[in-house]
Each structure stands twice: as structure tokens, then as C-alpha cells.
Design a protein around this ligand. Structure first.
Ligand SMILES: *Cc1c(COP(=O)(O)O)cnc(C)c1O
Length: 428
């Protein structure tokens, strides 16, 4: 059975986000609309934070999961640092909270010289270096700018994690990190560079991982490496465990997030105890586990149609708004915003207006007959929803609102055709 995320509840048959009816938001801001629950974001952040209270740690929220400025600012206010994967994401953190810049870790296999210079100048916490070439370039940039950089080698622990192949990252055949066997030599080399300090070890084994044991195995391997690095004379101050904790998109098994967070923390903390006197500061880079259940897409039904045996509900949201079903075969629960109907649920594909057969939001969803104009809610869309949205089919990207109790703030206005056209020229 599907358990709705806590920020979204029916009250008198009407779906609300916290204290605000979704129908009211749809009328005021239009559809498709991203709606976020501020209480859920706070709650999930603090559950994770508490789960790790036994060790010194910083939660560096992964900006790419959802990079809305207001959400970043909300998290910065709770004490979060940030995990960024581009110079653009650093700009977002800077706009959201200047103070948070010193709690930024920079990950990614393809950092450009420009991005390295930008981050060197702004004095971030840690560079997660993913290759020998990047180490050389960072050293060169740091030397020219005379800026110090703390680095952690991102190692590839070669741990399989049960998840979609596109979001599994911790195997030898993946492009991420350096092999653990090469780490010692690279750190030795880095330590010889004037402006670089080897300060940690980092890893990230993938995303949407629901069994916590791979996290434990990966940290075991990182701990072995840290012991070697310490014996080589490096002062290892940080261990970055990455992100990747999964959420439940369509079952009750993870409704108890506090329980999940406890197990996750246990898996990561236990291997750390072997480090005894060496007490590195633990960095965590959760994205999805904080923000996915806090967001939903509200969409309006345009048509309902029957093609042979197949029933289709055509909605005004599409794969450009929420690409997860098309890209990963992800399943998102969908329910009507208003429960006034008493008709039996029938199976339907909920699809968008885009000219692609891959443009579906749900396949074989159980939904009562829908009438044009009716509103539907697509759950657990807070992570990798808006941040992956595009203008495909020249569709305007959706608006986003943040609900906090009875209060609603528009945190991104709906795009206009003018926004889209302004970077283009009609030559010839
Ligand atoms: C994407 C990413 C994360 C966040 O992953 P989630 O599954 O959203 O928690 C963390 N660290 C790195 C390096 C990433 O690429």
C-alpha cells in the first residue's frame, strides 16, 4: 500500500500540502506546478543529522537533486553545507547563502579550469579530485592564483549497489573516482604540490540505494586507505561518504525514515570506529533522501481517451517537467487532488502532451475516471524533478512554490516564451 509522504494529506477529501489546498495553488499559480513542503525538508534534514550525532559530521546537501535558491537557503539556515558538481551550482550556493560557501565540497569527473579557478578563489571546504589529470590542473591553477586547496581523492571502492545502472557509480567500470589501488601514489604526488593539502578521502557509490550494506563495505575500504595514508604522513581530516540513500517511491517499506536513517548511520559509523585516535570529520552528501518526498507535481487532466484496451489520461505535465519515469523507468504514485469521485479505480497510463512514446508519468496507474480540468498529484517528485526539467517541445518550465504551514511562497515563476527565446537569434 502506498503511504503518502507526510507533507501531503487529505483533509475533507481535498489534498493539502501542509495547511494549503493544492487546488488553491493550482488556481493561483497554474499547472504543472511543483509544490514543496518546508516542514518535510526540515524534518528529513534533522532526522539525518540526529542519526549521525555520535560523530562529528556535516551534511553537505547535494545541490543537483534540487537546486532552487529558496530550498538551498532553507537548508543553509539549518546548518547544511553543500555538495556541488559545477561552477553554476557554486553560484547558486553563493546567492542562497554567502556563509555556506566555506562548507562546499566540489565533486565531478569533468571540472574545467574555469570552475577550478572560481572555486579556488571562493575558498570552499574540499575538492573531491577524481583523476590524475584533475590533480595536475588543480595544482597548476592553485599555484597561479596562490590559493590553497584541501583535497580528498574520490576513490572508486568497486562496490556493487542495487540500483538503476544509470545511477550506479561505485564500480570499476564506471567513470567516477580513481581506483583505490592508485590512491596512495596520487596522494603522495599531491602532497608534494605547494598549494595542495591531502585532507581526506571521498566516495559516492550511486543513488537510490535502499540496502545500506554497500555503504558499510565502501566505508570499510575507505578506512583501510585512510590508515595507509595516515602511515604515509598525511593528516586525514575528512572522510566523505557521498550520498545515495534511497527513498521509497511506491511502498510503505521506508515510511519510517528515522529507522532507515539509523541503519544508514550505523553502516557508515561502524567502520569509522576502527580509526580510533584518528577522528576524521564525516561529510555526507544526501540529495534525494532529503528532498524527494518533500515535493510533488500538481498537473491538470487535459483529456481522457481509450485506444483499444488501453486507457490514457493525458495531463498537462510531461517528461520535460518530470523525466524520471522516462529516463529511469521510475514509478511515481499519482492520486486525484479531490476525492469526491466514488467510481472504481481503473488502470491507466498517465501521459503528457510531448511527441514521444516515452512521455509517460505513470504506466498502469490505478485511477478513477478523470474529467478534463481535474487535478492530479504526482508524489515524491522533489528530487531530480525540476533540476532535470527542460524546454523540450518549447514547453515552458513549471513554477515552483514552497509551502510552510499556512504560508505559500512562489520560489520560481513560470517561464515565459520570452525567457526561452532571449538566448537565440533568428539569422539569415
Ligand atoms: C548525485 C550525487 C550525490 C547525491 O546523491 P543522492 O542519491 O541524491 O543522495 C552526492 N554526491 C555526489 C558526488 C553525487 O554525484
Amino acid at each position: 500500500m502506498f503511504i503518502r509522504p507526510p507533507g501531503f494529506e487529505y483533509e475533507k477529501q481535498e489534498l493539502h500540502c501542509e495547511r494549503v489546498p493544492l487546488s488553491k495553488l493550482a488556481d493561483k499559480f497554474g499547472t504543472p506546478l511543483y509544490v514543496y513542503s518546508a516542514a518535510t525538508i526540515r524534518e528529513r534534514y534533522s532526522i539525518l543529522d540526529r542519526a549521525f550525532r555520535a560523530v562529528p559530521h556535516t551534511i553537505c546537501y547535494s545541490v543537483k537533486a534540487n537546486s532552487n535558491l529558496s530550498i538551498l537557503r532553507l537548508l543553509a539556515g539549518l546548518g547544511a553545507g553543500f555538495d556541488i558538481v559545477s561552477g553554476g551550482e557554486l553560484e547558486r550556493v553563493r546567492v542562497a547563502s554567502k556563509k555556506a560557501v566555506k562548507k562546499v565540497v566540489f565533486s565531478g569527473v569533468g571540472k574545467t579550469a574555469e570552475e577550478l579557478r572560481l572555486t579556488l578563489r571562493s575558498g570552499i571546504l574540499l575538492f573531491n579530485v577524481e583523476s590524475e589529470g584533475e590533480l595536475e590542473l588543480l595544482s597548476e591553477c592553485a599555484l597561479k592564483l596562490r590559493k590553497n586547496a584541501r583535497i580528498a581523492l574520490r576513490v572508486n571502492p568497486d562496490v556493487p549497489a542495487e540500483t538503476h545502472p544509470y545511477i550506479s557509480t561505485g564500480l570499476r567500470e564506471h567513470k567516477f573516482g580513481v581506483p583505490i589501488s592508485a590512491a596512495r601514489e596520487l596522494c603522495r604526488r599531491a602532497a608534494g604540490r605547494k598549494y595542495l593539502t591531502v585532507a581526506g578521502v571521498s566516495l559516492h557509490i550511486g543513488s537510490q540505494i535502499t540496502d545500506v550494506s554497500p555503504f558499510g563495505i565502501a566505508i570499510e575500504r575507505a578506512v583501510d586507505l585512510i590508515q595507509q595514508l595516515a602511515s604515509d604522513g598525511h593528516q586525514i581530516r575528512f572522510i566523505d561518504a557521498g550520498g545515495g540513500l534511497g527513498v521509497s517511491y511506491n511502498s510503505a517499506e521506508q515510511a519510517d525514515f528515522a529507522g532507515v536513517a539509523r541503519k544508514y548511520a550505523e553502516a557508515i559509523i561502524r567502520p569509522l570506529l576502527r580509526l580510533k585516535k584518528l577522528k576524521p570529520h564525516l561529510l555526507l552528501e544526501p540529495g534525494r533522501s532529503i528532498i524527494a518526498p518533500a515535493g510533488a507535481v500538481v498537473t491538470r487532466v487535459l483529456y481522457e481517451k481509450q485506444n483499444g484496451n488501453k486507457r490514457f489520461v493525458v495531463a498537462d505535465a510531461a517528461m520535460n517537467d518530470l523525466i524520471r519515469p522516462a529516463l529511469y523507468g521510475a514509478k511515481h504514485e499519482i492520486t486525484p487532488v479531490s476525492l469526491t469521485r466514488t467510481d472504481r479505480d481503473l488502470l491507466a497510463d498517465v501521459v503528457g502532451p510531448i511527441c514521444e512514446s516515452g512521455d509517460f508519468l505513470a504506466r498502469d496507474a490505478a485511477l478513477s475516471p478523470a474529467t478534463p480540468g481535474e487535478l492530479l498529484c504526482i508524489y515524491d517528485a522533489g528530487a531530480y524533478g525540476m533540476s532535470l526539467a527542460s524546454n523540450y517541445n518549447s514547453r515552458l518550465r513549471a513554477a515552483e512554490v514552497l509551502v510552510d504551514g499556512a504560508r505559500t511562497r512562489l520560489v520560481r515563476r513560470r517561464e515565459t516564451m520570452k525567457d526561452i527565446l532571449q538566448t537565440e537569434m533568428a539569422c539569415l
